[in-house]
Write a protein that binds this ligand. Structure first.
Ligand code: NAI
Ligand code: MG
Length: 341
């Protein structure tokens, strides 16, 4: 029996997390879910976006499946997601973007994985205003890149590529301008690449990389990069395969692993029952793979792909005007999972 912390989250979170639980349970893997609050839901009930009980649960279980959390823009509390990453040293954010048959996108052969450094860079949160007579005249932010943090993520990416039998790693940087921070990351990447001679090593400047991703996405395999670039590039990759509703991510750390969709809480559609649960369901599959339940993970991936390829019971983001919503798609995938052997 696996003990796993479950955070339903905000907005569309509870609906898509329920969907993921339904599909995971259809595999027959035995899981004891430990439901906990975070985000706005926790602020409303406990006046704290990240209650100690939630942290305690993740500390105990070392595994968490979570829905998206709403983060106030500008003021308000600090991003709970960023705090979770730093608290549990979730240093590697792994986001596969693999084309689906049956989705509406001009890009058909995308099969890439972004490995994003998840704790450093401009996300270190070292920011302040410079004020004169209470007027904000400037704002400063410090991006931190450490040797230890860079080695850890780069090694993770190369080991991941080796294990997943992927052939090429593209290190993305901006070392022509940010010569110290992303320059150090690049320098360490070049050194570590020498230890993995069977994996082709490529390096790209982030802006050029965006252009190549759109013009020739099929030429990418594994991308490894610093925090902010990884955030942006992985959303770009999600767009290539047909949208945020389809892309999952794992946050792997020394103290825990946390699985979630790449997208946010989608407040614009929160009460409509039409959110696409696929990304969270696939996050569940990544979690099962992580805990060694490989056959259950493969079943979910296959079922998701078949239901989307059939294109019948899918959410409106996948087929305009579709009358089906979150529950229907989840039900169709769960039924398919139960039938696969
Ligand atoms: P968002 O990803 O929530 O939404 C962007 C657009 O994509 C919206 O039009 C939304 O309706 C659509 N969308 C997203 N997920 C969908 C799904 N599963 N099915 C169908 N359509 C979907 O991004 P936005 O609006 O920038 O952020 C909303 C909130 O989510 C913010 O408070 C943000 O901080 C938070 N957020 C949380 C994340 C997390 O907890 N991991 C990640 C990203 C954002
Ligand atoms: Mg993001």
């Amino acid at each position: 029996m696996h003990q796993i912390t479950l955070i339903p989250g905000d907005g569309i979170g509870p609906a898509i997390v329920d969907a993921a639980v339904q599909v995971i349970e259809a595999t027959g893997v035995q899981i004891a879910w430990d439901r906990q609050l975070a985000g706005m839901a926790a602020v409303e009930k406990q006046a704290n976006p990240l209650p100690e009980m939630t942290l305690e649960s993740i500390r105990r279980n070392r595994l968490c499946l979570k829905g998206p959390l709403t983060t106030p823009v500008g003021g308000g509390y600090r991003s709970v997601n960023v705090t979770l990453r730093q608290t549990f040293n979730l240093y590697a954010n792994v986001r596969p973007a693999i084309s689906f048959e049956g989705t509406n996108t001009p890009f058909k052969n995308v099969n890439l994985v972004t490995v994003r450094e998840n704790t450093e860079g401009l996300y270190a949160g070292i920011e302040h205003f410079i004020k004169v007579d209470e007027e904000k005249i400037a704002a400063e932010s410090i991006g931190v890149i450490t040797r230890q943090g860079s080695e850890r993520i780069l090694r993770y990416a190369f080991d991941y590529a080796r294990k997943a039998q992927r052939k090429k790693i593209t290190l993305v940087h901006k070392a022509n301008i940010l010569k110290c921070t992303t320059g150090l990351f690049l320098e360490i990447g070049r050194d570590i690449a020498k230890e993995y001679p069977e994996i082709e090593f490529d390096e790209k400047i982030v802006d050029a990389c965006c252009m190549h991703l759109v013009m020739k996405p099929e030429s990418f395999d594994v991308i490894v990069t610093t925090n902010l670039f990884g955030d942006i590039l992985s959303d770009l990759a999600a767009g290539l395969i047909g949208g945020l509703g389809l892309t999952a991510g794992a946050n792997i750390g020394t103290d825990a692993a946390l699985f979630e969709a790449v997208h946010g809480s989608a407040p614009d559609i929160a009460d409509l029952g039409i959110a696409n649960p696929t990304a969270t369901i696939l996050a569940g599959a990544m979690m099962l793979e992580h805990i060694g339940e490989l056959s259950a993970a493969r079943k979910i991936e296959r079922a998701v792909r078949e239901v989307i390829r059939e294109g019948e019971i899918v959410t409106p983001d996948l087929k305009k005007g579709s009358p089906y919503g979150t529950r229907h798609l989840a039900g169709a995938i769960a039924d398919k999972v139960a039938k696969l052997d």
